[in-house]
Design a protein around this ligand. Structure first.
Ligand code: CU
Length: 382
């Protein structure tokens, strides 16, 4: 049965802390009190401490047990984050990072999340798992006020990479998402990943790249504005949001979060799995100088992976997975191949790959050399 918890968002209260409790707009809260209890006491139990992206907590690729109750904890943290030079965001985060941590389980496992909304936060939050079934992906069973915690359990029935995000109702939904509240879960098949022929494949490393689009208001002089708290930032941020042109498009919450000293690393010959999520907007990952050997573009492992892709498409509100074996050493750029977003707005990561150069795959036959234009170069044109 569905009951309605009506709540109005009072515009006047927006810039104050009072809109905390009234920010949800007529969200539906499932009443599940009459449902039959399930007994999961026979299941093995495992707890994982989540880690900040691009890294991923330790996990098995092929499950060595039957279905397991897998426990995670997450704390929602509202805080100001510098997302680029001179640009500050009143961020809302799952576990302090943008994106939130990647959770990894196996098909048939039960995911049990304890989520804390600490008392110092201003807002209500919840979590909608695209991997879950019913109750708005868990959103209507997890709405927590500051100072509250909640425990949600769902069965991971479909293998793949799936977005999770905050969805506290009405216009709070897009705002919380573009303030940083999204992440992903990877539900592996119990017997691991398979290639296009159905043969088992594994990865040596996995990196989780969460792409965010940010909408930070500017003042009359064109400088980014800074705000006291998220509520203070909302009205002007909404105006920028509704124009649909992001001021920043970042990988892992910040321009440069995955470049330079923070670059991803790999070794020649290693299979690297890139999980890429975008909770709000389309993206098109491309590994410059490399490929996607096996790409689950929509992220769902029951589908046969595409092969040899140059660029793949991540639909807004989804997470995809691409497996690539690095064949050459060097620095690779992993970008959103809308190159304006990659270069000017921030959506670039680097992968530094160690190993020995293979001249068979590519060789600079002659280094740049001056030539005599009076004699040479005439045969190039038709
Ligand atoms: Cu939220």
């Amino acid at each position: 049965m569905i009951t309605r918890r009506a709540a109005l968002m009072a515009g006047a209260a927006l810039a104050t802390t009072q809109f905390v409790a009234s920010s949800a707009v007529a969200e539906e809260v499932m009443d599940t009190s009459a449902a039959k209890p399930v007994d999961l006491s026979a299941l093995p139990v495992r707890s994982h401490r989540l880690v900040a992206p691009p890294f991923v907590h330790e996990h098995e690729q092929v499950a060595t047990t039957g279905p397991t109750l897998v426990k995670f904890e997450m704390k929602i943290i509202e805080k100001e984050v510098q997302v680029a030079d001179g640009a500050y965001l009143q961020a809302m985060t799952f576990n302090g990072s943008m994106p939130g941590p990647l959770m990894v389980v196996h098909e048939g496992d039960y995911v049990e999340l304890t989520m804390f909304n600490p008392p110092e936060n201003l807002m209500q939050h919840n979590i909608d798992f695209h991997a879950a079934t019913g109750a708005l992906g868990g959103g209507s069973l997890t709405l927590v006020n500051p100072g509250e915690k909640v425990v949600l359990r769902f069965k991971a029935t479909r293998p793949g990479t799936f977005v999770y995000h905050c969805a506290p109702g009405g216009p709070m939904i897009p705002w919380h998402v573009v303030s940083g509240m999204s992440g992903a879960i990877m539900v592996l098949p119990r017997d691991g990943l398979k290639d296009h022929m159905g043969k088992p494949v594994s990865y040596d490393r996995v990196y989780y790249i969460g792409e965010n689009d940010f909408y930070i208001p500017k003042d009359e002089d064109g400088n980014y504005k800074r705000y006291e708290d998220a509520g203070d930032s909302y009205p002007e941020t909404l105006e920028v949001m509704n124009r649909l042109i992001p001021t920043h498009v970042t990988f892992n919450g910040k321009v440069g979060a995955l470049t330079g000293e923070n670059a991803l690393t790999a070794e020649q010959g290693e299979n690297v799995l890139f999980v890429h999520s975008q909770a709000n907007r389309d993206s098109r990952p491309h590994l410059i100088g490399g490929h996607g050997d096996l790409v689950w573009e929509a992220g769902k492992f029951n589908n046969i992976p595409d092969r040899d892709l140059e660029t793949w498409f991540i639909r807004g509100g989804s997470a995809g997975a691409a497996l690539y074996r690095f064949l050459q050493p060097g620095v690779y750029a992993y970008v959103n191949h809308n190159l304006i977003e990659a270069v000017n707005l921030g959506a670039t990561a680097h992968v530094v790959v160690g190993g020995d150069w293979n001249n068979d795959l590519m060789e600079q036959v002659m280094a740049p050399t001056e030539y005599n234009a009076a004699y040479e170069g005439k045969t190039a044109l038709p």
